[in-house]
Design a protein around this ligand. Structure first.
Ligand code: F6P
Length: 328
């Protein structure tokens, strides 16, 4: 195993609260080992364009509580090409980077996997995404904060929904995963959640209306994933259907959008980001490569990129059942 003396760290894909806590942990744990840390700006774009500077312990001072990412982020199209990755590797060599820590979601870790295959550079991934959709880890960095943000918003929406006796369809992020939608529905006492994982052919809207919710309640909140499998997607689709099929109901839509990605990270996100960041350096010391650091049953685990990216992480049926029972 080649000796490591310099690492590079980058954030890639959608920003997530807690990414700064992860950058801080990676930086400080590496410096603690006597290693040099290179901060790479704007994800893989920065690797390609040589947007790289040395990070000291002070570079990450006063950042643990800040949302977003001090390293900035991007979704790099050029890195998807062989030429782009060749340029990136040139800069890795130029700065003497022996290993790379990538903080990001599915696409970002897939990028790390390809780079590691093509250029024999050890890569360690940290799951940084509000979507919580990476296999092998119970939580991703940013998920808990986003969940709390959504619940806070839905609490506010409920005030106006109740006052006007309305049905609100609230659209929640999560790309193709329903964790944010399902769990924020439970936590906010929503009447229903429509998530992409529900592959049954049941018309979820008819199901919700048919349950006679309006008989016992004068207002309802339905959380809808941004890309449910049924219909053509999103809260607008369901609201339109209600307007046409059940015109007796007064319907409104709120799309929470990118406010779900912002804000100070929760204590929970700061803690898991700190633990995972430190663990990424331990992983390198142990000779691990091309794995994602995760937390399972409150213990640090390493999951090969191939599994973390490829395998689907199911939303537990129990969560679906709990919401159905508690929303009567
Ligand atoms: O992966 C995080 C995420 O916020 C998803 O929930 C969402 O689908 C996507 O990023 C939005 O990406 P962008 O900020 O590029 O529009």
């Amino acid at each position: 195993m080649a000796k490591i003396s310099t690492i590079g760290v980058l954030t890639s894909g959608g920003d997530a609260p807690g990414m700064n806590a992860a950058i801080r942990a990676v930086t400080r744990a590496a410096i603690y080992e006597g290693w040099k840390v290179m901060g790479i700006y704007r994800g893989y774009e920065g690797l390609i364009n040589d947007d790289i500077i040395e990070f000291t312990s002070a570079s990450v001072s006063n950042t643990i509580q800040r949302g977003g990412t001090i390293l900035k982020t991007a979704r790099s199209k050029e890195f998807m090409t062989e030429e782009g990755r060749a340029k990136a590797y040139e800069n890795i060599k130029k700065h003497g980077i022996d290993a790379l820590i990538v903080i990001g979601g599915n696409g970002s870790l897939a990028g790390a996997q390809i780079l590691a295959q093509e250029y024999d550079i050890p890569c360690i991934g940290l799951p940084g995404t509000i979507d919580n959709d990476l296999y092998g880890t119970d939580y991703t960095i940013g998920y808990d904060t986003a969940l709390n943000t959504i619940v806070e918003c839905v609490d506010k929406i409920r005030d106006t929904a109740t006052s006007h006796d309305r049905i609100f369809f609230v659209e929640v992020m999560g790309r193709d995963a329903g964790f944010l939608t399902q769990n924020s529905a439970i936590a906010s006492g929503a009447e229903a959640a429509i998530i992409p994982e529900d592959m049954s052919n049941i018309d979820q809207l008819a199901n919700f209306i048919g349950r006679g919710i309006r008989k016992s309640k004068n207002s309802s909140i339905v959380l809808v994933s941004e890309s449910p499998k049924v219909g053509n997607g999103g809260a607008m689709y369901y609201a339109e259907r209600v307007r046409k099929e059940y015109p007796q109901y007064d319907v409104r839509v709120t799309i929470l959008g990118h406010l779900q990605r912002g804000g100070k990270p929760s204590a929970f996100d700061r803690i898991i980001a700190s633990r995972m960041g430190a663990a990424s350096i331990t992983a390198l010391k142990e000779g691990q490569r091309n794995v994602m650091v995760g937390i399972s049953r409150d213990e640090i685990v390493y999951i090969p990129f191939s599994r973390a990216i490829k395998y689907a992480k199911p939303v537990a049926k129990e969560l679906i059942d709990v919401l159905a029972v508690l929303s009567i």
